[in-house]
Design a protein around this ligand. Structure first.
Ligand code: RTP
Ligand code: MG
Length: 139
């Protein structure tokens, strides 16, 4: 299994609820190394670009509102099989369908406000990491 990277955001609801520490603890305890990390806030244009793949979906406006309403924690994570293992750790998009013990099961309120993002491919992980971080912010 190759060591690779994924990209995550602890979404505005996680920051608002004071869940940054608990979620990061779960991530690092699951074997992910933090390669880059910062507290930042996306503009409307940032969120529209980041989630452009969903721009025809009925929830797109709500998604952009949600993702821009406050700060997020953006991070790049490294581990063997990072993309797939992180998607397993966060659980299904809808917390009602997420497995017990997953981050979304523990910390997400609904399908719309679901606590965390995880890249869905190695290619998107690289694109999304570069969207938020310069080379000299990665360690
Ligand atoms: P993410 O990209 O944030 O890691 O989430 P995901 O892959 O599990 O889900 P995706 O289908 O990519 O959807 C992106 C985000 O849009 C919001 N969403 N709302 N109201 C709805 O039906 C709905 N469906 C999706 C969620 O915030 C989801 O994470
Ligand atoms: Mg997605």
């Amino acid at each position: 299994m190759a060591t690779n990277r994924t990209f995550t955001m602890l979404k505005p609801d996680s920051v608002e609820k004071g869940n940054i520490g608990a979620i990061l603890e779960k991530i690092t305890a699951s074997g992910f190394r933090i390669v880059a990390m910062k507290l930042t806030q996306m503009t409307t244009a940032d969120a529209q670009a980041f989630y452009a793949v969903h721009n025809e979906r009925p929830f797109f406006g709500e998604l952009v509102e949600y993702m821009t309403r406050g700060p997020i924690v953006a991070a790049i994570l490294e581990k063997d099989n990072a993309v797939e293992d992180f998607r397993t750790l966060i659980g299904a998009t809808n917390p009602a369908e997420a497995a017990e013990g997953t981050i979304r099961k523990l910390y997400a309120a609904s399908i719309g406000e679901n606590a965390v993002h995880g890249s869905d491919s190695d290619e998107n992980a690289a694109i999304e990491g570069a969207f938020h971080f310069s080379g000299r912010e990665m360690f």
